[in-house]
Design a protein around this ligand. Sequence first.
Ligand SMILES: [Zn+2]
Ligand SMILES: [Zn+2]
Length: 878
Amino acid sequence: MFTMKRIPFNFKAIAWLLKHPVAGNPRCAFSLWIKNSVPDRRYQILRNMASIASGNQKPHQKRSKPSKETLRHVKNREHRKHVDLHGPSNVYVQVVGAGSRENGPSIYVFSEYNRYLFNCGEGTQRLMQEHKLKAARLDNVFLTRMNWANVGGLCGMILTLKDTGVPECVLSGPPQLEKFVKAIRVFSGPLEDIKLAVRPYTDPQYSDDTMTVTQVAIFAQLKGDQLRRSPSPGRSNPDCSPSHSPRRELWMPENMDGGPGSAGQERAESPGGHPKPTRDPSLVIAFVCKLHPKKGNFLVLRAKELGLPVGTAAIGPIIAALKDGKSITFEGREIQPEEVCTPADPGPVFIVVECPSEEFVQPLCSNEVLSRYQSGGTEDSAALVIHMVPESVLETDGYKSWMERFPASTEHLILNEQVHTVHNIRSHKIQTQLNLIHPEIFPELKNCTTKVRQATLHVPNVRAECLLKYQLRPKLEWQRDAIPSCDASEFIKEASELPEFLKEVEECKRFQVTDSMALSGTVEKYPEVVFLGTGSALPMKIRNVSATLLNISPTQSLLLDCGEGTFGQLCRHYGDDVDEVLSKLSTVFISHMHADHHTGLLNLLVQRERALSTLGKPFTPIYLVAPLQMMSWLNQYHDHCQEILSHVNIIPARSLVEGAEVQKFKTKAFIQALLKKSDLEKFQTCAVRHCKNAFACSITHQSGWKLVFSGDTMPCEALVNMGKNATLLIHEATLEDGLEEEAVEKRHSTTSQAIGIGMKMNAEFMVLNHFSQRYAKIPLFNADFSDRVGIAFDHMRIRLGDFRVLPKLMSPLKALFAAEIGEMEERRERRELKQLKEAGLETLPNGEHGGGAKGLAVSKRDMEDDPEEASRKRVKTN
Ligand SMILES: [Zn+2]
Ligand SMILES: [Zn+2]
């Protein structure tokens, strides 16, 4: 392995960043520590709110920023000075998502010069964060197809790359990627800080320090309905697709608010009022990647034996000539390169192919470019072929014989739904431990299994597992040491050894027993609330981004927000019952257009269609209650990427505000149908204080219960009015008490503010969620927590009857997360001291005077306070 020089951590730059948050961040945000963006260090990035730029507030003035050059670029440049310019020495291919339904196929490629990602489905970023694959170092993303399964995680990934200061990212693949990037701008805000280049397949060859990549376009012969809709693996019956025409009239320009990036603007730009759709589901791109050749190594001992002037200045040109493959004559003796050098490595080839359905088999198998890397071809045979191919296609004779045309030396890696490894280990770990506290409220996680039989192939092949590696250099070999294990008994043992934990669990259990006796089985099964994502800003290993499932009755469900990876969370919560759950879902509410609240919607829609088809149920669109800007994004995605509009009946969120006049007959009809379908008496929204077009909602059931969901907001009177006497309030509590200023700046609520709103509303019970990822495991508690307050965890499931138990869970939770709480409290104390000092108050809370040398010591410590130090500690406790 080559060594890298440490770059000193730039505290000055961090301090500057802290003072100058970048305006216009599209995610609900706050300072956040992204692991891995700097080797062995933590890198502070600031995620500021979009509201500052796009909302009612005046945008921050942009100031000149520190250099955007990434550490990798600096390091590479330094490193390259010392090495031979030919070919990388260390290259491997690594599975990120192995291709299961919840973790679609994606491949990470590492060399000391470059990092690549092949496909970026939803959840890719979360997996990379959990498994320490450095997203911030990516500069090339290759996409095999314009389908949500391949690009679903790209919006979030681009935002993260932008936030971490990566100056450029190149996307290769279908030409529609350009439209996709344009469509993202509907909700991403300006993307000027990152140069996003699209390299379409028509620009076939690309070369960098590591390899040459050739894009190979494969066109399928799709017919009729298939042309309109992209094939998706697992869709058993494409004929069940919805056939009614998309209801375009609802999101034409006159309906739009006309804000930046709105459909109104989009339409106005294109002559004729409508851009030409460019969607092409018949196209997939294969990638042929050839590593640059590497010269052989000079064998010093052997050279000495032959009498060459090793250790003198004369040896330089001799080595250069021999490594170049030339023979030399030394003291009258001819020396051949192979006598003193290991053989040169011409550079192995690996190929990435996706073959989503049978229609692609013939064009793929007869492709002339790919055949060059098979037996008898004009190029060196491929060392590795990565197949992103469902079993039904692998089973075809055509595909089988294509695989057989590669020589026996070629390795085959297959990624599809036949996956058995657990990817999201941390999710499983925390849930296993929470399950000890209350098995009903924190049910064990499940896995989705596939019923499809594994194809019988005639060539040896390897099935993908999360983090499985194939090394291409220095030696061709499979490496399995990174594959994570998920051992529940280990997780349980770890929790049991925590001081006080088991004692607190016992105590809590005693209450549960007596309480359930008191209730004598009267706990209603419905409504049931399942928290699927309770973190803010971006998906991270412990908390995913916003989504809450409300199961209204055995047959009806409703979803409140749908951040990236929501479908994956559903899979982990429900396992094989996920189709059943999706088939009951009739309504989705999207509170606002920040990426952490809606980028999981497309996958949900596509998977729901598949679920209905699998279960043999008729397709019906969902009622989508959302800001109208949502349609601008869906519209553009539909036109250029994948058919999606027929999945939704839009009900603009503003049309459900109390007193709003609804003009459109269709909207009225949709509202009535929504209420009827879910047995609701009322579905109301109100504008909240967050970004432009941000809404909260209130849902009143015919049986009398009322659930209120705040979305993202500062304390909001309109919400109090709408939510009066709610049975359950789900309110965001992004920040801890003491960070009120930051909360105002980012237009979020602190814990006490959220509880205050619940009190004012006279809510029977409230659950806090949308925690800053700073509080990944648990937020900080304060004195305002009463027996009417609970905190949400991903995969927590509650019913109205659980309100009495929830506050009792606090003690065991505190014992489970004692280390993290201690750390956060320490941080808070230091912050408070610093604030006191800044305010000119020299008296420390314990009555001592903090002036002089002591005061100085405090301030120096404060400089180091910070997540940098805390997260280093956190690593130890993790
Ligand atoms: Zn948010
Ligand atoms: Zn937000």
